[in-house]
Design a binder for this molecule. Structure first.
Ligand code: G3P
Ligand code: MG
Length: 237
């Protein structure tokens, strides 16, 4: 079972920062997950929420600020003062840091409905970075997944189920040629894992921070978990 470092090593460093991704790599993570939004100047930026309240104590929305403005905010100190000075990284910076050392799961937080043109910008970015093979793009925004698939047949796609009924999801996943169904921990059952495997999809589960729970999922046949702790699957963790 694969472990994907959720928002980097976000149990040990501030989520979605270079510090969190660097630490995940140091701890041996072979795959990382990050969240993407689009800034006012169309830059693709790595942050979970659509505003800065939780991580920077600011009321501004990401989409209203150009990246140079966004970069002025500290998104590290809320986690621990040791991380003061961490900023919202650009997607390009994270890819620069990671290189070929890990697979990257890029979660697009919203498609063109909120961020006009974001799908095309992401596809261009992945082509330029030659990262179509080493990267999986996932989203709860299934419309965005269809736009992405229309733009690039080689893209690897992950389908975040959210509230979509499972039967509708299987149908959409087939049309999308999505490689994985990504389920919340409360959504996973052995029957769903088996049904996904019959359809030749991987089942990935988020967010798993408990070692015993991880072992149960492994026994169920789950293919991968998103965890805030990159060493969760190691024997003594
Ligand atoms: O991609 C898995 C997981 O990251 C989805 O939820 O809210 O942590 O982005 P969230
Ligand atoms: Mg995410």
């Amino acid at each position: 079972m694969q472990l994907i470092a959720h928002r980097g090593a976000s149990g040990l460093a501030p989520e979605n920062t270079l510090a969190a991704f660097r630490l995940a790599l140091e701890l041996g993570a072979e795959a990382l997950e990050l969240d993407v939004h689009q800034a006012a100047d169309k830059e693709l930026v790595v942050i979970h929420d659509d505003d800065l309240l939780r991580t920077a104590g600011r009321r501004e929305m990401v989409r209203d600020l150009a990246w140079p403005e966004l970069r002025r905010f500290d998104v590290g100190a809320w986690f621990d003062t040791r991380f003061k000075g961490e900023i919202v990284p650009g997607l390009d910076e994270v890819f620069g840091l990671v290189g070929r050392r890990a697979e990257i799961h890029v979660e697009v937080k919203a498609g063109s409905g909120r961020y006009p043109g974001i799908e095309g910008r992401l596809v261009e970015f992945l082509r330029r970075r030659k990262a179509l093979k080493s990267c999986v793009v996932s989203s709860f925004d299934h419309k965005a997944l269809f736009v992405l698939r229309g733009l690039e047949p080689r893209l690897r796609l992950g389908y975040l189920l959210g509230p979509t009924p499972l039967e509708a999801a299987w149908q959409e996943m087939e049309e999308l040629r999505a490689e994985s169904l990504n389920l919340g921990i409360k959504q996973v059952t052995s029957a769903r894992v088996a049904a996904g495997h019959r359809r030749r999809h991987k089942i990935l589960v988020y967010t798993v921070n408990d070692a015993r729970q991880a072992r149960r999922l492994k026994d169920m046949g789950v293919d991968g978990i998103f965890s805030n702790f990159p060493r969760l699957l190691e024997k003594d963790a």
